[in-house]
Design a binder for this molecule. Structure first.
Ligand SMILES: C[S@@+](CC[C@H](N)C(=O)[O-])C[C@H]1O[C@@H](n2cnc3c(N)ncnc32)[C@H](O)[C@@H]1O
Ligand code: SF4
Length: 366
């Protein structure tokens, strides 16, 4: 088994709470943040075994909300990791937080990729999300990031917000392409329990419009030179997110922080969502020890999210099996739900939108 090469660090603080968000997050209070970072440091020191790390991803919440002192503290923690030469080190940022002082700290501490939660450029939609920025601000912040020598930038977009049209999406896409960034993640809005949208009984957009929007995104991305490499992810050639590929390739990784999950030595674990417990060093709340069947199911379900699918030889070698002799796989191939392309098995491109139905069938793989 390959040694661990990836680290996820969760910073759960946000300056305000978005109406759709169901992540592990809370409002930012500086006094909580200091104690949180201390507990985080102890978690890292207790678990990290000194492996050479290829990708670090600091996500949230909103890591960029931390004040300068806390950011420096955060990077004291990340200094502990031995990094490979070609490492990728990402931090998630909110548009409003990006400024010269913070970029200076990022740059001096090895950050070479920034992921910005833009979600939309439409002020009406942003207001309903409880997010506030303009296209001009996003553009200026991206120019500033580039000035600091960081050119690997991702923008997250959310589409299919209630009462939005194809026309609204087209305008958002035009704007995102004009930013000349390397990576775009697009997510169809999910109305999750415990969010403001859910509490207010907001109705989702129709399935037909949602699928039309997804098709438009695919078409426009291609037209603008973006490779579609995972269901929701597009990039300029060679700018795939190395960190997220760790997940889709079912490789092991450390997860540190409140509500973070990790995968170490065939155990998938999830950290507590309770700040009290986390601060008293009771980090892990759930552990799932994986059988060989579980590992194969994870490998299939995560791997099929990639547009290129799964390398059949690698799968067979890893699990000492023959994937193509499996009855479920054979049935899915017969029903045109999976196709073989060279050494890879994948979901046909025109069925990516309905992939969840196909993935469900793979849950019974053994
Ligand atoms: C881990 S989240 C947090 C990112 C960061 N805190 C921010 O908001 O900028 C990463 C992305 O998931 C997407 N996302 C979050 N909640 C969502 C939801 N309910 N439906 C669809 N996409 C969502 C957003 O695009 C978000 O930027
Ligand atoms: S979407 Fe991001 S910024 Fe908004 S509340 Fe969730 S974690 Fe915080």
């Amino acid at each position: 088994m390959k040694s661990i090469e990836s680290v996820y660090i969760h910073i759960p603080f946000c300056s305000s709470i978005c109406t759709y968000c169901d992540f592990s997050k809370m409002l930012y209070y500086e006094k909580f943040a200091s104690s949180y970072l201390e507990a985080l440091f102890d978690e890292v020191k207790g678990k990290y075994k000194g492996e050479e790390i290829k990708t670090i991803y600091i996500g949230g919440g909103t890591p960029s909300v931390l004040n300068l002192k806390d950011l420096k503290k955060l990077f004291e923690i990340t200094k502990i990791f031995k990094l490979k030469k070609d490492y990728e080190f990402t931090i998630e940022c909110n548009v409003n937080d990006i400024n010269e002082e913070k970029l200076e700290i990022f740059k001096n501490n090895g950050i070479n990729r920034i992921s910005i939660g833009v979600q939309s450029f439409n002020s009406e939609i942003l207001k309903k999300m409880n997010r506030f920025h303009t296209y001009e601000e996003v553009k200026q912040k991206i120019e500033l990031i580039n000035k600091f020598g960081i050119e690997n930038i991702n923008v997250d977009l959310i589409y299919a917000f209630p009462n939005t049209s194809i026309f609204d999406l087209k305008k958002d896409l035009e704007k995102v392409f004009s930013l000349k960034i390397k990576h775009i993640s697009t997510y169809s809005l999910m109305i999750e329990p415990h969010t403001m949208l859910y509490i207010k009984k907001t109705k989702s957009i129709s399935e037909d419009i949602d699928s039309e929007m997804y098709e438009l995104i695919k078409k426009e991305m291609k037209k603008h030179g973006f490779i579609h490499y995972e269901v929701s992810n597009f990039c300029i050639p060679n700018y795939q997110s190395k960190h997220n590929l760790t997940y889709w390739n079912n490789l092991e990784y450390y997860g540190f922080g409140l509500g973070a999950s990790g995968y170490i030595k065939n155990v998938r674990y999830t950290n507590t969502l309770s700040l009290d417990k986390y601060l008293s060093h009771k980090y892990v709340s759930e552990e799932e020890v994986l059988s060989k069947k579980d590992q194969m199911v994870y490998e299939l379900i995560l791997g099929m999210r990639k547009i290129d699918g799964i390398n059949i030889k690698d799968f067979n070698k890893k699990f000492q099996t023959n994937l193509l002799e499996n009855k479920i796989i054979q049935r899915l191939i017969k029903n045109d739900c999976l196709v073989i392309d060279d050494n890879y098995i994948k979901i046909p491109y025109n069925k990516i939108y309905t992939e969840n139905d196909i993935l469900k069938e793979l849950l019974d793989y053994e």
